[in-house]
Design a binder for this molecule. Structure first.
Ligand SMILES: [Zn+2]
Length: 174
């Protein structure tokens, strides 16, 4: 057991996973960016699979309830909602617990569209949302080889949090 007065660990790790099914006729949002594609991701809110995985990673890192518990898909309030709202709530809980995001790394698994041409834009947007530099946001995209998941998008995300020296003096970063 730690013997110091502040028993919070210096760093904490969080992991998140999400998946959504492609549907025709809705916009495709990944990492807060709308991508040109003939299909979007259906289900909870705007279906932003990457922001959902990152949100769950942040919540998990501070042992908070997960995204489905905080924003139930059954609640019509969240239908079509901007997933940035979920991410901001998770970040608030991280800060309230006395931590800041050090870095985030994610993998996307989807057959189409190709993420490569959009990766830089997505990384910059996610970095802006997390309040970190773009070089603290990792993003890899893979096709679902051998998984028979041509109509799904999957995201895995891990975050590392760092303890704030003095949580009481925290200022929200944009
Ligand atoms: Zn989701």
């Amino acid at each position: 057991m730690p013997t110091t007065r502040d028993q919070r660990p210096t760093t904490r790790i969080g992991y998140g996973f999400d998946s959504h099914e492609f549907r025709r006729g809705i916009p495709l949002k990944i990492g807060g960016i709308t991508l040109a594609h003939d299909k979007g991701l259906g289900g909870h809110s705007d279906g932003d699979v990457l922001l959902h995985a990152i949100t769950d990673a942040l919540l998990g890192a501070v042992a908070a309830p997960d995204i489905g518990a905080l924003f139930p898909p059954s609640d019509p309030k969240w239908k079509g909602a901007d997933s940035v709202v979920f991410l901001r709530e998770a970040l608030k809980r991280v800060r309230d617990a006395g931590y800041l995001v050090a870095n985030m790394d994610a993998s996307l698994i989807l057959a189409a569209p190709k993420i490569g041409p959009h990766a830089a834009t997505i990384r910059v947007r996610v970095a802006q949302l997390l309040g970190v530099h773009a070089d603290c946001v990792g993003l890899k995209a893979k096709t679902p080889e051998g998984l028979n998941l041509e109509n799904a998008a999957i995201a895995h995300a891990v975050v590392l949090l760092e303890k704030l020296a003095n949580p009481k003096k925290t200022r929200k970063n944009k």
